[in-house]
Design a protein around this ligand. Structure first.
Ligand code: HEC
Ligand code: HEC
Length: 287
């Protein structure tokens, strides 16, 4: 028992320290994104681009971080798209008819801020799918989440792998909380996945392997995805607005506790086996 208590303490301290470190960059980038967002609006980028809501005159910029990870290259592109002759730029200019105007008036620091915003998970624009926000839809989504309402194609309830504050709680699933995962709790999933449209798309066609497999043969139907999106959206807008704030810390502490619990469970299993083995040998000797 002594061992266990010490182990618990050590795990908890390590996990909490790790969580604190993890939470720092997240809050810094959230701050930067708001200045970039304002610039994005002021400079008229939003007239041709959404972020997370699909193609307009120009490409949806939500995934641009994956397409052009190099900030310098991206800054050059934004400043003068027509001057870019690398293979990727040529291709995208052909696809979108070379319609992006040069932004010659923008300073380096403005570009930096806009790119901070582009590389953040924040969205910009209005959704094309219409997600109703009435109480009945949200409640239905909650029931799908917990398994109180069954999916038509018999997919597993979300709570078998995920938690949400106030739903599932400590009793919630732990599969998606494999130590080191950032996504145990879906409290911020709506925001993380690009709002209504992004989350709708993500749930219609899950990309994470475990989840993809779980729903491959038993896909969610559109009504289910709409209700879940409405529910996760309502949870997200209730949640503490500042990332990296108290809410985030609490989430990390909960994550730490979960991880610690798993470790204790694992060690307990290992040790109890060992005792049994010792005992078996002793009994064997006597007999
Ligand atoms: C008149 C419409 C228009 C405006 C305004 C506009 N863009 Fe574009 N943007 C486009 C088009 C169209 C493309 C695709 C390349 C092309 O055809 O020129 C593009 C491409 C891009 C890309 C590359 C996207 C990718 O997926 O590789 C980025 C980044 C970008 N724009 C950012 C901005 C920013 C930031 C602003 C505001 C400062 C802005 N755009 C203003 C139309 C526009
Ligand atoms: C069989 C386990 C399993 C089930 C069931 C499951 N998920 Fe997941 N889900 C995962 C895993 C694993 C990930 C990958 C993220 C991670 O590492 O935690 C994930 C990722 C996600 C993500 C993206 C990560 C994020 O938070 O931004 C969302 C959103 C999500 N799941 C929602 C749901 C919803 C809604 C349901 C119920 C319809 C569901 N999941 C059911 C295992 C599952």
């Amino acid at each position: 028992m002594r061992h266990l208590r010490n182990l618990f303490l050590v795990c908890f301290i390590l996990a909490a320290a790790g969580a604190t470190l993890l939470s720092l960059p997240a809050s810094a980038s959230a701050q930067d994104a708001s200045a970039g967002r304002a610039l994005f609006k002021d400079k008229g980028c939003g007239a041709c681009h959404s972020k997370g809501f699909g193609r307009l005159i120009g490409p949806d910029l939500q995934g641009v971080k994956d397409r052009v990870p190099d900030r310098k290259a991206l800054a050059s592109f934004i400043r003068d798209p027509k001057a870019m002759n690398d293979a990727y730029s040529v291709k995208i200019r052909e696809e979108y008819k070379d319609l992006m105007p040069a932004q010659s008036g923008m300073t380096d620091s403005e570009l930096e801020q806009i790119i901070d915003f582009l590389f953040s998970s924040e969205t910009y624009g209005t959704p094309k799918v219409n997600i109703p926000k009435d109480d009945a839809t949200i409640e239905l989504g909650r029931q799908y989440f917990t398994g109180e309402a069954r999916f038509v194609n018999a997919g597993p309830p979300c709570v078998s792998c995920h938690t949400i504050d106030g739903v599932g709680g400590f009793g919630g699933g732990s599969l998606a909380s494999g130590v080191g995962s950032q996504f145990t709790s879906l409290n911020k999933a709506h925001e993380r996945n690009g709002g209504d449209a992004g989350l709708f798309a993500a749930l219609s066609d899950p990309q994470f392997l475990v989840m993809k497999n779980a729903f491959a043969e038993k896909p969610l139907n559109e009504q289910e995805v709409i209700a879940l999106t409405a529910f996760l959206g309502s949870v997200s807008s209730n949640a503490d607005a500042e990332e990296g704030g108290l809410g985030m810390m609490i989430l990390f502490v909960i994550l730490s506790l979960l991880g610690t619990g798993l470790l204790i469970f694992a060690f307990d299993r290992i040790w109890s086996k060992r005792f049994r083995n010792v005992r078996k040998n002793l009994v064997g000797e006597v007999a």
